[in-house]
Write a protein that binds this ligand. Sequence first.
Ligand SMILES: [Zn+2]
Length: 256
Amino acid sequence: MDINFDSSIIENYQSGTQIARVLTENWIQQNMYCPRCGNLHIKHFENNRPVADFFCPACKNEYELKSKNGILKNKINDGAYRTMIERITSNNNPDFLFMSYSKKELQVRELILVPKHFFVPDIIEKRKPLAASARRAGWEGCNILIDKIPEQGKIRIISNGEVIDANAVIGKVNKSKQFEIKDINSRGWLFDILNCVNRIPRQIFTLDEIYFFEKELQTKHPKNNNIKPKIRQQLQLLRDKGFIEFVGNGKYSKIV
Ligand SMILES: [Zn+2]
């Protein structure tokens, strides 16, 4: 994998957005392997499809690329809010590749894979509808809230210009398949608790430390009157899935 863009392909382009699209899409075609099955390349769909940009010829998995010059922010603009929510709730969204590149150095700085099952409605924010004077007045776009995605769902392929070993990436993707839970509400709860676990800075933590988040979780799930049992249930699920282990005396250990 070469983090540099191939600038020879942009000679005939004038517009900045077009140049960025051609450079980044070409880079993916030339350099990116399939992080799910390890196939040596992924391909661009021939026509502009509304759902995904790339697919793996071997395992058929689909990918959408969002790229940006400069630092990746916590909020990333995406298309129509309703379409996004529909795709997420019907489990037919692609995996996302978030890329940040340097326009000056013409190279990729960060590339992060977020597998499709990490998308829950909670990480999609509705943007203000377009003003009445706009061409598409009333249209509602969305933002993807990257910081709400658990760390386990942000798999780094390139980090600060450094290429991460492909086998390590594929291993993480495989492990993340533990979160392929069809029911979106159950998945949302599991991610809520996983985010709480991730926020505790130590490897060993107690049940009481997780109960500390009870109020916050209650505000988020006002209809649930049994937050504590729910927490315990989700911790058990995280244990069954191999992300934490119970070490006795009400203590848990993160498995890293
Ligand atoms: Zn594949």
